[in-house]
Ligand binder design. Structure first.
Ligand code: MN3
Length: 242
């Protein structure tokens, strides 16, 4: 289906010759073609999150799943050149303006790139609890840290099929727990992601099999609250990109 979309888009754009080249690529491959988007390196070793996530899961999740989304995104940029000049948050917030032929693929792959980039960034820590302004916001909006954990994990359990659970910073500046299906990202609704957990089975199945609750509970042990606090400051300053 994606190949069809790529071919049709190129023909529509008048690049019929280029479509042959593009359709020979599979966006399912992890290899990242040259393009405007790149896979961010993990900011720690693959085994840094062993308290919650085994190294093989980290390597497959980052090096195969996320890489495939980046490769697909670069293929979309060939088809939709305006994408190459856009920040990922702009692409997600203006999804309705994308050409019909690429919108679904863009939604899935730009969403995945934003979601996973955030996910790697906020781990690699020792868990614990946030302080300062972020703690105050959690107390104010989410009923305190313990209630936030309980409600976040419960929301993660309620995701049916594949999706994500997030804490978002709303346009009004408040914190809220939300879930999204597939690779949807709250930026699509104008909300900034403070933090989020991936509850696709690929995120936990090797170690936990069907025990998603145990994965959700352990995940808090590897959070890096300094990085999450920096995201909170960036969200408030208007500089948080994804
Ligand atoms: Mn994932």
């Amino acid at each position: 289906m994606t190949i069809h979309l790529v071919r049709r888009g190129f023909l529509a754009a008048g690049f019929a010759a280029a479509s042959v080249f593009a359709s020979a690529r599979s966006p399912l491959f992890a290899q990242t073609p040259d393009g405007p988007f790149s896979l961010p390196a993990l900011p720690y070793a693959a085994n840094a999150n062993e308290a919650a996530i085994d190294a093989m899961t980290m390597e497959l999740h980052h090096g195969r799943h996320h890489a495939a989304a980046v490769a697909a995104l670069n293929n979309i940029a060939r088809d939709y050149p305006a994408l190459a000049t856009m920040q990922i948050d702009d692409a997600l917030m203006r999804l309705s303006q994308a050409p019909d032929a690429v919108r679904t693929a863009l939604r899935n792959n730009a969403g995945s790139h934003a979601n996973h980039s955030m996910f790697w960034e906020i781990m690699g820590g020792q868990g614990g609890e946030p302080g300062g302004d972020l703690k105050a916001a959690i107390d104010r909006d989410l009923g305190g840290f313990a209630k936030m954990q309980t409600d976040f994990n419960a929301a993660g359990m309620r995701v049916f099929g594949s999706g994500w659970v997030f804490v978002v910073v709303t346009p009004a500046g408040g914190l809220s727990i939300v879930t999204r299906p597939n690779q949807d990202n709250p930026l699509m609704d104008g909300q900034r992601v403070l933090m989020g957990n991936d509850v696709w089975e690929h995120a936990y199945y090797l170690r936990y099999q069907n025990r998603r609750a145990e994965y959700l509970t352990n995940w808090w042990k590897v959070l890096n609250w300094d990085r999450i606090a920096a995201r909170y400051d960036a969200a408030r300053n208007g500089t948080l990109r994804m």
